[in-house]
Design a protein around this ligand. Sequence first.
Ligand code: AP5
Length: 192
Amino acid sequence: MLNIILFGPPGSGKGTQSEKLIAKYGLKHLSTGDLLRTEIAAQTPLGIEAKAMMDKGLLVPDEVVIGMISSALEANPEANGFLFDGFPRTEAQSVALDGLLELKETQIALVLSLEVSEEELVKRLLNRGLTSGRSDDTNEQVIRARIVEYHNKTSVVADYYRKFDKVNNIKGEGTVDEIFALLCNEVDKYVS
Ligand code: AP5
């Protein structure tokens, strides 16, 4: 089983590259952002609570996203491996994920960390906000709040996995195909 975390700040290309990676390597894509947006669209109590946080650019509480990931892992017993996108986002989520994978007698093989400058992130997200309908993309202040949240709470996730020598930094600027090739170079080391 090959389990990968695709890591990086908002707008670094995690969703874009996830689509290509799952197609190439046959992994199950687990994006907590997508799972939360599904809850919002269905107007569940969880979705309504999460939307209030997401619209301010703030992280949703750990227990909410850990619960969603736990259910998603349970729901996919046949998966050959998982690609985690937007999760874990705090050290507590990292510890919880390691515990959940241990129960399945597996672990994270590698963390691919996309590196993109802040100005490029803001430019990409404002541009996406013109058409995406994502309320957290339309306002530059909210986009910058998401980036601050990333620096304050999420960048420690890379430090956590660096202790286990699992992090690869990938230049996240260039064409989508150029970045995909860099990611594949790393993943191929784990695929026989
Ligand atoms: P989430 O949905 O995870 O959003 P995010 O991390 O802010 O990331 P994005 O989807 O905005 O960007 P991305 O890195 O996937 O880039 P993409 O490929 O889309 O989270 C949203 C919210 O949910 C959070 O703020 C939080 O409130 C909550 N949440 C989610 N997970 C949570 C968790 N674990 N714990 C707590 N709260 C959580 O690309 C962005 C744009 O750039 C696109 O338009 C794309 O076409 C373009 N683009 C991509 N690659 C390139 C390129 N190479 N060159 C030019 N443009 C490019």
